[in-house]
Structures are given as C-alpha cells and as structure tokens.
Design a protein around this ligand. Sequence first.
Ligand SMILES: Cc1cc2nc3c(=O)[nH]c(=O)nc-3n(C[C@H](O)[C@H](O)[C@H](O)COP(=O)(O)OP(=O)(O)OC[C@H]3O[C@@H](n4cnc5c(N)ncnc54)[C@H](O)[C@@H]3O)c2cc1C
Length: 353
Amino acid sequence: MATTWPSWLRQSPDLIEIIMSEVPTQPQPASTPVHDVIMIGAGPASLSAAIYTTREDIETLLFERGVVGGLAAITDWVDNYPGFPKGIAGLTLADELRLQAERFGAKIELGEVLKITDEGKYKRLETTSGDMLAKAVLIGTGSDYKKVGVPGEQEYYGRGVHYCATCDGAFYRDKKLVVVGGGNSAVQEAMFLTRFASHIDLLVRGDHFRASEVLQHELENKHKDKITVHFNTTTDEIVGENNSVVKVIGTDKTTGSKVEFPTDGVFVFVGLKPNTEFLKDSPVELDEIGFVKADDKQETKIPGVFVAGDVHSGATMQIASAVGEGATAALRLREYLEDHGRKHGDPDAAIMN
Ligand SMILES: Cc1cc2nc3c(=O)[nH]c(=O)nc-3n(C[C@H](O)[C@H](O)[C@H](O)COP(=O)(O)OP(=O)(O)OC[C@H]3O[C@@H](n4cnc5c(N)ncnc54)[C@H](O)[C@@H]3O)c2cc1C
C-alpha cells in the first residue's frame, strides 16, 4: 500500500527519505530464546541432572509434558531407593527432587518437545510453546505404559480401564478388579490395589511371573486371600455396559476355552514403551525397540545431546539408576559446554531467527 504523506512533508523529499530509511521493509524477526541446557522431561533422571548443572551455575530449563517427577511421582511406594531405610512415597521423593533442583535455580516449564534439530552450535527444539535453542540438551523422557491392544481398552480408558494404581485405585473401594500383567509393576500394583478392592483377578499370559522373587513371596504370604492368580490366561476383550466396565473376556491357553472375569475395573501393567516419537526424524540413533542409543559418555549421535534414565537403551528402569545416569550426564554436559567455550554468561541470550 502506497504511503500518503501530508502536504507539508511532501515539500521535503529529503525528510521523507530519512523517515523511509528508518522503516523496516520486512516484518521484524521474532527472537528465539536460548538456554545453556534444556532437559526434555522432568523425571528423576533430569531432576538429578538439573541439581548438578544448576549448582555449577549452568542455566537449565526442564520441559515437562506430564507430571513433574515422572513415573516416580505416580508410584505408590518406593522401598529400594538408597537413603530411605523405611521406604518413601513416590510422590514425596519426586517432590523432594524437584525442590532440590529448584533450590539451585532450575526452571521447569510445562509443555511438550515435538522435534529436535541439530544446528551445530545450537540445538533447536520445537515445543508446544514455540521454538527454543539450547547449547546442550539432555533427553530424559523415560517411558510410558504399553496397552494390551484389545477391544474395549481404548473405549473405556479412564472409565474403567486404568494404567496408574496410585492415581485411580481409590475409585475401587470394595469393588472387584482385574489386573493384567506378570512383571514387577503388575504384582506390586496389584498388592497396592488390595487396599481398596474386595477381590482382584490377576491375569498372567505366561506360565510364571516375571516379577522378582521378593514380590512373589510378598504376594503369596500377605495377599493370597484377596488376589487370585490366573497363569496362561490371555486378555482378549474388555466388555462394558451403560458406560462402565462389567467383565474381561480371556482365553485359558491350557484348554483353549474362553474365560470370563466379572469386574468393575481393569488395571493394565504389561510393560513400558520409550517416549521417543519426537526423535523419529532426527539423527539420534534408536535401538530396535525405540530406546536412545548413546556412547559411553551418554552422548547421542548429535554432539551436545545427551541421554539419561529409562529412555536410554539398556536402562535398568530404576529410580536409583536414573538419578545416577542423570548425575553422569550433567557432568558430561558441563564438559561439553566448557570444551565448546559456551558456558553460562555468553552474550547470546536470545537469537534472531
Ligand atoms: C508402577 C511403577 C512402579 C515403579 N516402582 C519403582 C520402585 O519401586 N523403585 C524404582 O527404583 N523404580 C520404580 N519404578 C521405575 C521408576 O519410576 C523409573 O525407573 C524412573 O521414574 C525413571 O526416571 P526417568 O527420569 O528416566 O523417566 P520418567 O520417570 O519416565 O520421566 C520422564 C518424564 O519425561 C516426560 N516426557 C516424555 N516425553 C516428553 C516430551 N516429548 N516433552 C516433554 N516431556 C516429556 C514424561 O512426561 C515424564 O514425566 C516404577 C515404575 C512404575 C511404572
């Protein structure tokens, strides 16, 4: 659109030229915030790493799409984390980790990282809050619950089908439940659910538990009256009526016959899948299941991008291991920043796109 200058100004073409030279011809580019370190996920691995980086004055932002504290925060009780001889509630442990990281200056923002791109000196993160740049990155995205993938599971999700006993168990006071799975989580969470449920049918696809001996003994000795274990039993369908779950249909693999378990709700604990969808098109290498591969410094195929915790290929899926890897990653991040002369205090606080 042509500018209509007032008549008095039209008399002074020189003045118009000066004014025009000050007017930007293109829209001003927005600035992209730059951080020393961005940690993707705020579970135990990242929170532990953030305690180390922020104590060393390395500016650190954690980006969390769900619950601060990750899976630890939704675990009822943790008995095997060193330093707590009587055990500790998962939520309390998660909260203490957060407070410790925040004490040294860690910032936590809620949102999801959607993509990561290597731009050399900086790593660009596409997030639900816009783009951000980081001099170094920690991937601490952990893993999520796997689904059994049967009819009714999706339909009744949150209305009878659950994946977190701590979050949803109390809805089932004096009700019947089905728990699906045979590993540590299934056994541990089934025992936790006995606080509420009148009876639990535990459906195990295989002919034995994958859970630890300790948990199996606890189940046998303390919970036999409330939990009935059904080995060799598949879960085929979750059936509901009037918006509520009423039964689970399975197959007894030893006879091939259909079996039905009347129930008010179903809790599924059949394993975990890594949270790495956002790395699909990135150079970060994943193993065949989708966990992040890294070298012995926990550095991925993108220089300056490190990994820690459950999402790391070969992880032992324990809070103690996750915080250990978090601490190691933080020290590697510091080395990386020092080697690349980009410690906190560089003048590039924000970069024009
Ligand atoms: C039922 C259950 C019971 C358990 N009991 C125990 C126990 O007794 N003892 C023990 O040691 N361990 C236990 N564990 C395992 C323990 O919780 C994990 O090993 C630990 O939480 C791993 O920490 P992490 O930081 O690696 O990952 P997580 O705790 O999974 O945290 C990762 C975080 O990253 C976030 N995230 C993922 N993707 C993105 C993204 N794209 N953008 C932003 N944020 C993202 C997630 O929302 C999550 O909060 C249990 C786990 C379960 C499921």
